[in-house]
Design a binder for this molecule. Structure first.
Ligand code: ADP
Length: 369
C-alpha cells in the first residue's frame, strides 16, 4: 500500500513538472513549500527544492512581491479561491501576463495553513486579442468612412436626381448602404460582446414605465402598419431601479422587433411584474409574447446561438442575421438576469426575462391603489 502511495505522489510530481504552467504551494507565513520545475527554472534555480523556504520578496522585485503578497493575504483572510491576472516575467526575463488561480488549503483542523497556485502565461493570447480588436476597430473606421459617403451621395441622388429612374436608383443604393452599415455594426457588436468590451454598466436610476412608454412610441408605427394589437400590462408597484438604461431598452426593442417580424396577425404583449423586493433588490419579470409563427421545439435551445436562425431567409419571408438573440442573451446576463423562451408552432412565442435589479434611492408610494 505504502509503495503504491509513494508511486502515486511520484507520478503526480512528474505530471506537475511536465505542465506548461507554474504550480506552487506556499505556507500561510508566505514561504514556498514546493513548486514545479517550470517555475524553479524561470526563477533561475536548477532544482525545484532550492525554492523551499524562500518568500516572494526574496524572489521578485519589491513592487511585484508586494502585489503577490497582498493577493495571498486576501485568500488567507477570506478563505476563497481567486482567479486573477498577475504581472510577472517569462524565461527570457520579459514582462509577462499570467492568469493565476489560487486556492487556500487547510490543515486537519480546517484552519487555512497555506495556498496552492497555478499561473499560466497568457501574454501571447492577450496580445492577439488586442491586435484583433484593433484590427476590427480600424476596419470599422475604414469601412464606415467610404460607406457614409456612398449613403450621403445616394440620398442626394434619391431627392434631387433629374429623372425618376435616377431617383429610384439613388434610393436603392441608399437602402443597400444602410443595410451594409447595420450589418457592420452588428458584427462589431458581437466581437465586442465576445471580448466583454461591453462590460461597463452605467448605473441609471429608471422607472420601467418610462422605458415602456418610449418602446411603445417606437413600436406603434410598425404595429399599425401590420395591423397588430399592442397590449401592455404593468405592475402598479414597480420601484425605481438602477441599471443600464440603454442596454435594457435595446434588448427589449430587439425582442419586440422579433415578435412583430414573426407575427402576421393577432397581438404582441409586453407585461412587467414585480415578483419581490428583498435586501434592496427588486426581482422583476418581463414577458414579451406574440401570436406569431412560433419556434419548433427542437430549435428552441439553439435560437440564442450566434448566427442561428430557425426560419432562414431562403424561406423568403423573414430576413435577419441570427445575431439579435445572441446579443440579447449576453446583455441580459450582463445586467444580472436570465432569459427563457417557450413557444408553440403556429400559436406564438413567449420570452420571459427575470432580473434582480438594485433599488435606486427612495421607495415610491403607490398612488394608484
Ligand atoms: P434574426 O435576425 O434572424 O431575427 P435573432 O437572433 O433575433 O435573429 O433570432 C434567431 C431566430 O430565432 C430567428 O431567425 C427566428 O427563427 C427565431 N425567433 C426569434 N424570435 C422569434 C419569435 N418571436 N417568433 C418566432 N421565431 C423567433
Amino acid at each position: 500500500m505504502k509503495n503504491k502511495f509513494n508511486n502515486k505522489s511520484k507520478v503526480l510530481e512528474t505530471i506537475l513538472n511536465r505542465l506548461d504552467c507554474h504550480v506552487y504551494w506556499k505556507s500561510r507565513q508566505g514561504h514556498y513549500v514546493w513548486c514545479n520545475k517550470k517555475l524553479a527554472n524561470i526563477l533561475g534555480f536548477k532544482n525545484e527544492n532550492d525554492i523551499i523556504g524562500k518568500t516572494d520578496y526574496e524572489l521578485f522585485a519589491p513592487d511585484l512581491a508586494k502585489a503577490v503578497v497582498t493577493l495571498d493575504k486576501s485568500i488567507f483572510n477570506e478563505g476563497k479561491e481567486y482567479q486573477t491576472e498577475e504581472i510577472g516575467f517569462d524565461s527570457e526575463n520579459r514582462k509577462a501576463i499570467y492568469l493565476s488561480i489560487k486556492a487556500p488549503i487547510k490543515d486537519e483542523f480546517e484552519n487555512i495553513d497555506g495556498l496552492i497556485g497555478i499561473s499560466i502565461d497568457i501574454t501571447s493570447r492577450k496580445q492577439s486579442e488586442i491586435a484583433k480588436q484593433e484590427f476590427l476597430m480600424n476596419m470599422a473606421h475604414d469601412l464606415r468612412t467610404p460607406l457614409s459617403g456612398i449613403i450621403g451621395l445616394s440620398y442626394i441622388q434619391s431627392k434631387e436626381g433629374t429623372k425618376a429612374e435616377d431617383r429610384q436608383h439613388g434610393q436603392w443604393i441608399q437602402d443597400a448602404g444602410n443595410q451594409l452599415l447595420e450589418l457592420l455594426n452588428l458584427v462589431l457588436e458581437v466581437s465586442a460582446a465576445e471580448h466583454h468590451y461591453i462590460e461597463i454598466i452605467p448605473r441609471d436610476s429608471i422607472y420601467l414605465e418610462q422605458i415602456v412608454e418610449e418602446l411603445q412610441a417606437l413600436m406603434q408605427p410598425v404595429m399599425i402598419t401590420k395591423g397588430l394589437d399592442f397590449q401592455i400590462k404593468l405592475d402598479t408597484n414597480l420601484p425605481l431601479i438602477s441599471t443600464d438604461r440603454i442596454k435594457l431598452k435595446r434588448l427589449l426593442l430587439n425582442l419586440l422587433g422579433n415578435a412583430v417580424k414573426f407575427t402576421k396577425e393577432g397581438k404582441i404583449s409586453l407585461e412587467i411584474n414585480l415578483l419581490s423586493i428583498e435586501k434592496n433588490q427588486a426581482k422583476i419579470e418581463i414577458l414579451i409574447s406574440d401570436t406569431g409563427i412560433g419556434i419548433p421545439e427542437d430549435k428552441l435551445d439553439k435560437i440564442f446561438d450566434r448566427f442561428y436562425r430557425a426560419h432562414p431567409s431562403y424561406e423568403a419571408q423573414y430576413t435577419g442575421y441570427g445575431i439579435g438573440l445572441f446579443l440579447v442573451k449576453k446583455t441580459v446576463e450582463l445586467l444580472g438576469g436570465q432569459i427563457k423562451v417557450s413557444s408553440e408552432e403556429e400559436k406564438g412565442s413567449c420570452f420571459v426575462l427575470e432580473f434582480d435589479f438594485p433599488l435606486a434611492g427612495i421607495k415610491r408610494i403607490n398612488t394608484l391603489s
